[in-house]
Structures are given as C-alpha cells and as structure tokens.
Design a protein around this ligand. Structure first.
Ligand SMILES: [Zn+2]
Length: 324
C-alpha cells in the first residue's frame, strides 16, 4: 500500500512536471529591444548611447496574465540624455551588444521594438531603421514584429517595412504613453494567439509637414480634432491599428516628417483610413500655432521683468533645452 501511494505521488509529480514543461513550450517567445533617445542636431556636443536591460512594465509583471502567457526576452534599450547627436562608435557598440543578447535568446515567435523614434547619430540617416534591419537579419522575417513609439518620433520607410504592427501615442502631452505601448503589445499577442499573424496590409503615408511639439499639442486645435479621428479609423472593420506621427523637428534629417500609418486585413479600409488621416493632417497644416505667445528670448525677458505675474515662465522652443 505504501509503495502504491509512493508510486502514485511520483506519477502525479511526473504529470505535473510534464504539464508545466509543455505549457512553457507553448508559450510564445518574444524579444524586446529599442532606442529611447531624442537629441538635437543643433547642439554642438556629442554623446554616447548606452544600452540597459529594460525592466518589464507593470502590465507584463510576473503575476499578470500577459506576463505569464509569454516568455519575455528583453535585450537592450539604448538611452542617453538630451543633448547633441550620438557618436557612431557608441551606436555600433550598442547595436552589437544588443545583437549578441538577441542571438543568445533565439528563437523568437515575435519581437517588440520599444522605440522613441528621434535618435540622431553622426553618419547614420535612420538609426532606428538601421537597428531594426540588423535585428531582423538575426531573428528572421517569420517573427511577428510590433513597434511602439512616441508621436514625436519618425517613421522612416525602413521602420515601416520591418514593423508588422505599429502604433504611437495619441496625446501630446503624452498622458497615454503606457496605454499606447500596451496597445501595441496587446495587438501583438492577439495576432499570435488567434493565429491571424501578420496583418495583410499596411499603409504608410508621408505628410511633408514638420512642426515642433509646442505647435502640435493635442489639447488644442487643430491637433485635437485631427487625433480624435485616429480611434475612428482604428474602429473600422478590418483595421487593427492607426497612428499619426508629428515627427521630430530638432533632428533636421531627411526621414523627419509627418507620417500616417494604418495596418489591418481589409485593403480598402486600410487604404481609405490612411488617406483620410493624411489628408486631414495636410489640410490643417497651416492652422497649427504656438500654444502660448512666442517671441525672441530678449523680448521674453523684457516682458518677464515688466510683468506683475509671479512666477513668470519662459519655455524654450526646443521642448527642453537641446531637445530630449
Ligand atoms: Zn514626445
């Protein structure tokens, strides 16, 4: 009897072990990498980009549903501080370090690029696009890729090409940052678990407009109404996600411009949704203006000295000095 019980216990343990191992095997393997830096090319100094292992957001914590349903494989997120462009040497070192970790965690079912989109590197036209291209060369084209970004980032043709799903913030100031990154991850997991995989269509429309953040707050018109159209397009049947990128004026690079992207499975809805957003962006381009009165620095200081208001705030046009 004792031997039988022991045998039963052993069998139960073996079954539990096998069940746990097969559950682990079924979990998709998703890598994470990105570049979270925006820098001004108008600053004379240079800076290094440094990679750090990202900690997962709360919605992917170990006790969350999304955290438990996936084997998350973070590599490196490149960061720096607001100032001048990144040096080519530090960019190469960062990319090579990230690729080494990415290779060591192979294979992948999917990949999440957590990018800002406004990194400038000496001698590199499109740092995020180049990084994504080099990661894709390692992980292969079968891995489903989602890219989540800041709306002040730039979506180059290469960034669009290497993203199967892509999204961005819909508010500036970015009250919806967490929600937006989460949306990109939720859509990725839904496409994986449903077996739908890569959306059949993606539309990329460049809007040749480049405005600073101070001109494009979504709390005021015309950005308020423009961005209110994004969820409308997203809700069209056959559309998975939609986004409008303002771009980054302090980068002064060829890829920096307004962009609209829509992804989905219905060709007509994806096309017409993207055209609708891009056309509105273009139509209202001359209506953007500074939220507060804007003057040269000397006049601002004269006004501050003469004013009775305390404190009297003067904001640098570059969002923050040096941008980023
Ligand atoms: Zn931003």
């Amino acid at each position: 009897m004792k031997i039988n019980l022991l045998l039963l216990n052993f069998c139960l343990l073996a079954v539990l072990f096998i069940t746990d191992a097969s559950a682990q095997q079924k979990k998709p393997r998703i890598g994470i990498a990105g570049i979270q830096i925006e820098n001004s090319v108008f600053m004379p100094n240079r800076q290094a980009i440094t990679g750090r292992t990202p900690s997962l957001p709360a919605y992917l914590s170990k006790d969350s549903v999304m955290g438990q349903s996936v084997i998350w494989l973070p590599s490196l997120i490149g960061g720096g501080s607001g100032r001048g462009p990144v040096t080519r040497e530090s960019f190469e070192a960062f990319v090579n370090s990230a690729l080494e970790i990415i290779r060591s965690n192979m294979p992948y079912d999917a990949f999440w690029f957590y990018n800002h989109g406004a990194c400038s590197v000496d001698g590199v036209d499109d740092p995020e696009g180049e990084f994504m291209e080099r990661v894709r060369a390692v992980i292969g084209n079968d891995a489903l890729v989602t890219t989540t970004m800041d709306l002040h980032g730039n979506v180059s043709w290469r960034v669009a090409l290497y993203s199967d799903l892509i999204t961005t913030y819909r508010k500036a100031p970015h009250d919806d940052a967490v929600e937006s990154h989460r949306r990109g991850v939720v859509n990725l997991l839904e496409r994986l678990s449903s077996g739908k995989g890569r959306p059949a269509y993606k539309a990329w429309v460049a809007v040749p407009v480049l405005l600073s953040g101070e001109w494009t707050s979504t709390r005021v018109e015309p950005a308020k109404s423009l961005y209110a159209m994004v969820p409308e397009v997203e809700s069209l049947p056959g559309v998975v996600d939609a986004g409008i990128w303002i771009g980054y004026v302090w980068g002064d690079e060829r890829r920096n411009q307004g962009v609209v992207m829509v992804v989905g499975d219905n060709k007509g809805q994806v096309e017409s949704g993207a055209k609708k957003l891009a056309q509105r962006f273009w139509d209202v381009r001359r209506q953007f203006s500074l939220e507060a009165p804007g003057y040269p620095l000397e006049k601002c200081i004269d006004l501050a000295v003469a004013s009775n208001k305390r404190p009297f705030l003067i904001s640098d046009m570059g969002d923050n000095p040096g941008g980023g």
